[in-house]
Design a protein around this ligand. Sequence first.
Ligand code: SF4
Ligand code: SF4
Length: 111
Amino acid sequence: MEKLIACCGLNCATCDARIATMANDDVLRTQTAEKWKVAFGADITPEMINCTGCREEGVKFAHCSECEIRNCVQSKDFQTCADCDKLENCPLLVNLHQYAPDALENLKSLN
Ligand code: SF4
Ligand code: SF4
């Protein structure tokens, strides 16, 4: 279960993209694309809703495959940002953790 905490602290286990992918659920893919289109102001189609999780093998949602937080963690050979001494003052994390404070708590719980 712990491995489903993404590099940034989001919980991939509760992410609709992962749930839709694991269940191959096209209805949930469509609903998630509509929700994320509004939330992120981006052109997201149901076909893009495919992701096995940040730290799992397999397909990634478009943004997650090129996420600079994930790239930074991998370049440092960390598991997640919880392994980094910049965790609480990293400029790459500040916006995400303002929007999703649970993600920071998830990372702290790994230490
Ligand atoms: S890596 Fe995939 S499963 Fe995890 S939060 Fe991002 S889209 Fe969802
Ligand atoms: S500098 Fe540290 S806290 Fe910031 S994204 Fe990279 S690994 Fe995460």
